[in-house]
Design a protein around this ligand. Sequence first.
Ligand SMILES: Cc1cc2nc3c(=O)[nH]c(=O)nc-3n(C[C@H](O)[C@H](O)[C@H](O)COP(=O)(O)OP(=O)(O)OC[C@H]3O[C@@H](n4cnc5c(N)ncnc54)[C@H](O)[C@@H]3O)c2cc1C
Length: 436
Amino acid sequence: MSKRILYWLQNDLRIDDNPILSELATEQCALDIVFVINPHWFKNNNYQQKPYGVHKQQFLIQSLYELQQALIERGQTLHVLEGEPVSVLKQRIAEQHIDEVVCSELVGTYEQRQLARLKAHCPHAIFKTTQQDTLFQQSDLPFDLDELPKSFTPFRKAMNIPITTSTLPKGLLPQPITLCAANPIELNKHTNNNNAVMHGGLKSAQTHLKQYFSGLLPSTYKITRNELDGFNNTTKFSSWLAFGCVSARQVYKAVEAYEHNQITNESTYWIKFELLWREYFKWHALKAGKSLFSFKGQKQTKPLTTFMPNRFAAWCNGSTPYPLVNAIMNELNATGYISNRSRQIAASCLVNELGLDWRYGAAYFEQQLIDYDVAANWGNWQYIAGVGVDPRGGRHFNIEKQTLQFDSHAFYTNKWQGNENTSKQLDTLNEVDWPI
Ligand SMILES: Cc1cc2nc3c(=O)[nH]c(=O)nc-3n(C[C@H](O)[C@H](O)[C@H](O)COP(=O)(O)OP(=O)(O)OC[C@H]3O[C@@H](n4cnc5c(N)ncnc54)[C@H](O)[C@@H]3O)c2cc1C
């Protein structure tokens, strides 16, 4: 009897450049491909935010749908199950007599703990994990993880290593295991968020990859990347990268091909530079472990903050005294995406002007951003709050200056109604000047 393998999909919702699938294609085995939707994603966490807001939910469903179609074309079935992942998978492994579990190795602490718990619950199954969310394997790094540079620049300088992608061999994947145990979720192609700027899924990602690298945009990236608004000003790969609809290696390779066939300049270099930032934050997250989520982060002392729920609520719903920040939050709430510059301004405002605990901001971004990525989000928030890998110890963006520089005609602020709910002062005071 051939081996029975379960492939637990997580943020690797693609067929191309998926080393796990390439390896499986060479195996004599029966294959069960499973994705688990965790109900906790839709419930309030410690910060009273839901890890999966509506925009991210929609992108996930679209991505699963496109992957399901692609797998059906290859004679496979994607089983989408619902429940606490360790319990669901433990039951599945037992019911399907699974010999081996294969999955992506993720850098987040909670994801790592989850995998460790699953292994402990299923001592008879063999577990094989592969790093397929990064440009490099941990073994490629020119230093031990403990020696990861404390800031980005020395990391970038050390990472002059060629990048390779894998291709799925021609032919079908192994025999699918067709018996379906738990109740699979029916995926519906039609989702109804009209504000969506991007459509989830591997096909959509490949279409965007082709379109983005077919014109002049990569050659002007460095000039346009700091704009607040405009789909073409940056690459917009982040959401597809977050769900693994495309790999970072595929995007990196596409830049190299563009440089080879079209033009090599500062802009094309800068796209690779940003992909290396992503890479740095990934390894940093793995090294930092749970301190990525702790208030004092990588530092010895805690930042000075108070918690004022009214200020946090005003920030979230775009009614602070700062029209530009309000516009940014309105865009985020409406679309699930904001530019890097907008993220920096909004995060700096929460930390510096509002004096709030940065983790609440990070948790709100986690809920709202389609492209939420544990390493990039919490790493960038720590950076701005001055408890992360910023050698300058935090960033304070002057909102007035940013407005003059990036929105001098108020096009962006007006487009996203930044003046509509602007409050005159930070706090509402009672008769003895005490904030309510
Ligand atoms: C407070 C804050 C929170 C953030 N949260 C996230 C997040 O949850 N997920 C996320 O992918 N990015 C996050 N970023 C980084 C960055 O803002 C986004 O990656 C970028 O805006 C996505 O748009 P793009 O794909 O057009 O990026 P481009 O400018 O086209 O960059 C190309 C790719 O490089 C990577 N990249 C670019 N800038 C960064 C960066 N500063 N850190 C890490 N990777 C980067 C992304 O993968 C991006 O797709 C955050 C930044 C800040 C300041």
